[in-house]
Design a protein around this ligand. Structure first.
Ligand code: FMN
Length: 202
């Protein structure tokens, strides 16, 4: 009898955990709508390396040209790398990301996306590498939001400085720096062009 009671209680505990997950979960539309570029982070909260690993594993699911997966990621979490990255993103970006304990630098290997058997496949060439890097970054930003994190993706950065901080090989093009943390305040949604301005149906 004791065993039966214990089994029932254990099953109830598991079920209640699962329903918490469902209740606490955030839908895809909520993830998309609540993602914002954050420029004021909560310095009292940090992100663990295990969480960053989960976050970055989402980028592995992103599509890429012929599945060549040209994206590479360099993660700054140590105090010296964090302050080196702060030096490389300009005063304004550094100030706006004060308090985060994670910066992710993204790059792509040139000569892969946009190429077929070593030859440029069409007029865009390595622009497809930048395209695939952006796709990976989109997965990263949305996964971050789904995990309850916030981000600021920065194109205002010194690519040469980042290359030397992380020893990034010459065959890679340095793209964005992404700060990951927790928002301290809720920003307004910046205006968007109207739907009809950007979409045409034929
Ligand atoms: C390629 C790219 C580069 C960006 N660079 C910066 C940057 O250096 N600093 C910054 O504060 N925001 C930067 N942003 C964020 C944009 O300003 C922001 O996405 C835009 O204003 C829309 O706001 P939202 O992201 O909250 O929707 C960048 C965004 C992209 C996609």
């Amino acid at each position: 009898m004791k065993n039966v009671l214990f089994t029932i209680l254990a099953a109830l505990a598991v079920l209640s955990c699962q329903s918490d997950k469902v209740r606490g979960g955030i839908s895809f539309d909520e993830v998309v709508a609540s993602r914002r570029s954050i420029r004021h982070f909560d310095a009292s909260k940090t992100i663990s390396e295990a969480e960053v690993r989960t976050l970055l594993s989402a980028t592995q699911e992103a599509p890429s040209w012929m599945n060549l997966q040209p994206n590479r990621y360099y993660v700054a979490m140590s105090p010296e790398k964090l302050s080196a990255v702060r030096e490389a993103i300009g005063e304004r970006n550094a100030k706006n990301t004060e308090g985060v304990n994670v910066y992710i630098v993204t790059s792509f290997v040139r000569g892969q996306s946009g190429y077929f058997r070593g030859n440029v496949a069409n007029e865009l060439g390595d622009a497809w590498g930048a395209h695939d890097n952006g796709l990976g970054n989109a997965f990263l930003l949305l996964k971050a939001r789904a995990m309850g994190f916030d981000t600021l993706l920065m194109g205002g950065r010194d690519g040469d400085a980042l290359r030397s901080i992380f020893n990034i090989p010459e065959e890679e093009t340095v793209m964005a720096v992404i700060a990951v943390g927790y928002r301290a305040t809720d920003p307004q949604r910046p205006n968007r062009k109207s739907f009809d301005e950007i979409v045409k149906f034929y």
